[in-house]
Design a binder for this molecule. Structure first.
Ligand code: HEC
Length: 154
């Protein structure tokens, strides 16, 4: 009996550990995290810049330009990575329409990356950068309207 009293908690804790590592190693979960992470950073920088344009955040030309440089750097990344078959369920708002329209989605993503990279030409010019950030909003909206759901799939 004594042996079992020790064995049971050990087995329980082992199963907790393995359940956790299965989720962390799940290639679908990894793919979803991978595509959401750069979008989070883009959203943070873009939101900050729009906040300054709207006067919700005090104007600071240096900070505005710094955030623009970060956005430009994001354009060096492959933002279309992680949209793999079976990844449209669970903790994701990516629409399953992406899978059926991969060429269109990828071409929108390539255009977006290049628009981000183009920001590097205007980060030293606040007025041009302001205009570019306003235009950038159309890229976000255009793709989100078609390919991003409002709610998480699961
Ligand atoms: C070519 C398509 C495309 C463009 C362009 C695009 N996004 Fe996204 N974005 C997506 C998709 C798809 C998701 C959903 C990813 C998921 O949930 O797996 C997403 C998710 C997000 C998220 C949520 C990330 C999270 O935490 O899950 C934010 C924030 C975001 N985008 C901001 C932006 C901003 C800001 C822009 C423009 C500056 C932008 N996106 C441009 C496709 C795009």
């Amino acid at each position: 009996m004594k042996r079992y009293a020790f064995a049971i908690p050990a087995i329980l804790s082992m199963s907790i550990v393995s359940a956790h590592s299965v989720a962390a190693d799940d290639p679908i979960v990894k793919a979803q995290e991978l595509r959401q992470a750069p979008m989070k950073l883009i959203g943070n920088n873009f939101g900050f810049m729009v906040g300054m344009l709207k006067g919700e955040i005090p104007w600071n030309a240096t900070e505005f330009s710094k955030r623009g440089n970060e956005l430009a750097a994001m354009g060096q990344l492959d933002l279309g990575r992680g949209y793999m078959p079976g990844s449209y369920k669970g903790h994701t708002r990516a629409s399953a329409d992406i899978a059926d329209n991969m060429d269109d989605f990828n071409s929108k993503m390539r255009d977006f990356e290049s628009t981000l990279r183009d920001l590097s030409a205007v980060t030293g010019k606040p007025d041009a950068l302001k205009a570019a950030v306003k235009d950038l909003g159309d890229s976000c909206k255009g793709c989100h309207k078609e390919y991003k759901n409002r709610e998480y799939a699961g």
